[in-house]
Design a protein around this ligand. Structure first.
Ligand code: SAH
Ligand code: SF4
Length: 424
């Protein structure tokens, strides 16, 4: 989402007097588009700002903080001693950036805008993209779910969907520019709604566009997964055969405290249903370990869901309290750091084994691969791409190029990807 937002910002600024430079040592203004979802992300940004200021050695360069951290930390970012931030703009304030920057340049005073909007969708801005293979397209912004651990609703505001026709028009333009793939983005992408049109309708409509060959989306919430959506994923040939289905926790007790609105059984059933409708589909997930009061028994439920669902990959995080959230206000962060580490290590090991086993099953199969890039680090002629299930594949070939679709016979597999031979 931040990559997409940076493309919006680029487009907004390029329309004015600004231009972008390759190397930050040539910049008059440096902006960081930030994430606040975990404390670690915040810490990294603060470290990076200090490093940038240090490397600038007193050169009068303006530093701006964009995105969630601006909405989370607000003026604190401007008043922290020695941080040297000149302006901040929250996720709904990007159209004001040219004015904000001009103001700082003129007045030499720090400035900010982090007000959240109920309506801003940037539908009128066509992002300046760089990657020629996959185009990110946000179809909604904000979130209404208020999972108790999550800062997103507080820093990105209420959920609002972009207009259906505007999205389709943008993707038609992307197809003309030669993008073979789009990834539809939303914090809760599958709750998309514009009048009577819903998320499955949107996938179906986009699939009619010539030139668009693959449609990805992130991240769906398990609570908004009707049979209509499962059918579209399974039957629409352009839909990616991969679902990122955030679990967060396996224990129904913890899920309730997280306000996820599904149970362990509900999640398992949904995953089974998806697999039954679309054999071979990849399912990946997000998991938080060490949510307040998580016991060994609760953790065993998470392990159980991981074993039963046999995810293709899992992004596992240690719970970190976020300011303003219900969990921070109501629950004590009482799982010790050591316990969190123990649980994350255990789950990562288990997941690695499962990913490896899942990938090994693909040895001997032929996969349709969209070539993404030439791996120049290795010897010449090494290409990397993705299967329709979003798994990475590397293979050797002559006369191939990024954006091309090729068939690759899988010869070996690790937990992280596949290797194969080009089928001619
Ligand atoms: N909207 C998406 C992603 C939200 S943030 C969704 O609902 O899935 C990405 C991931 O960060 C979440 O899925 C969650 O696993 C993790 N996360 C969010 N808040 C967190 C917190 N306070 N501590 C640790 N992990 C967190
Ligand atoms: Fe956060 Fe939950 Fe919304 Fe995802 S669905 S962004 S985890 S509040």
């Amino acid at each position: 989402m931040n990559e997409y937002d940076s493309e919006l910002v680029r487009s907004i600024l390029l329309k004015k007097k600004f231009r972008f430079v390759e190397n930050e040592s040539n910049a008059d203004i440096i902006m960081l588009n930030t994430c606040s979802v975990r404390e670690n992300a915040n810490r990294k940004i603060i470290g990076l700002i200090h490093k940038i200021r240090h490397d600038l050695k007193g050169k009068p360069v303006l530093i701006g903080i964009l995105g969630c951290m601006a909405a989370d930390k607000k003026e604190e970012l401007l008043t922290t001693k020695n941080l040297g931030v000149d302006f901040i703009a929250g996720p709904d304030s990007y159209k004001k950036l040219p004015n904000l920057i001009e103001e700082v340049q003129k007045t030499k005073l720090k400035t900010f805008d982090y007000a959240l909007s109920d309506t801003e969708t940037y539908s009128d801005i066509y992002p300046t993209r760089e990657d020629g293979i996959n185009a990110w397209v946000a179809i909604s912004r904000g979130c209404n779910n208020f999972c108790t651990y999550c800062i997103v609703p507080y820093v990105r505001g209420r959920e609002r969907s972009r207009d259906f026709n505007g999205i389709v028009k943008e993707i038609k333009k992307l197809a003309k520019e030669g993008y073979p793939q789009v990834t539809l983005l939303g914090q809760n992408v599958n709750s998309y709604k514009d009048g009577k049109k819903d998320f499955p309708d949107l996938i179906n409509e986009i699939s009619k566009i010539n030139g668009i060959k693959r449609i990805h989306f992130m991240s769906p919430h398990p609570k908004d997964f009707p049979d209509k959506l499962i059918k579209v994923i399974a039957n629409n040939p352009k839909s990616i055969k991969h679902v990122h289905l955030p679990l967060q926790a396996g224990s129904s007790r913890i899920l309730k405290k997280m306000n996820r609105t599904y149970t362990k059984q509900g999640y398992l059933k949904l995953a089974e249903k998806i697999r039954a409708a679309c054999p071979g589909i990849a399912i990946t997930t997000d998991i938080i370990v060490g949510f307040p009061s998580e016991t060994e028994k609760d953790f065993k439920d998470t392990v159980d869901v991981v074993k039963k669902t046999r995810f293709d990959a899992a992004f596992i995080f240690k719970y970190s309290p976020r300011s303003g959230t219900v969990a921070t206000k109501k629950y004590k962060d009482d799982v010790s750091p050591d316990k969190k580490t123990e649980r994350i290590v255990k789950l990562n090991e288990l997941q690695k084994e499962i990913s490896h086993e899942n990938n090994q099953k693909l040895i001997g199969t032929t996969q349709e691969v969209l070539i993404e890039f030439i791996d120049r680090k290795k010897e010449a002629g090494n290409f990397c791409g993705r299967t329709k299930t979003n798994k990475t594949v590397s293979f050797k070939a002559k006369d191939c190029a990024p954006k091309q679709f090729v068939n690759v016979k899988i010869k070996s597999a690790s937990a992280f990807g596949l290797k194969g031979d080009l089928v001619i």
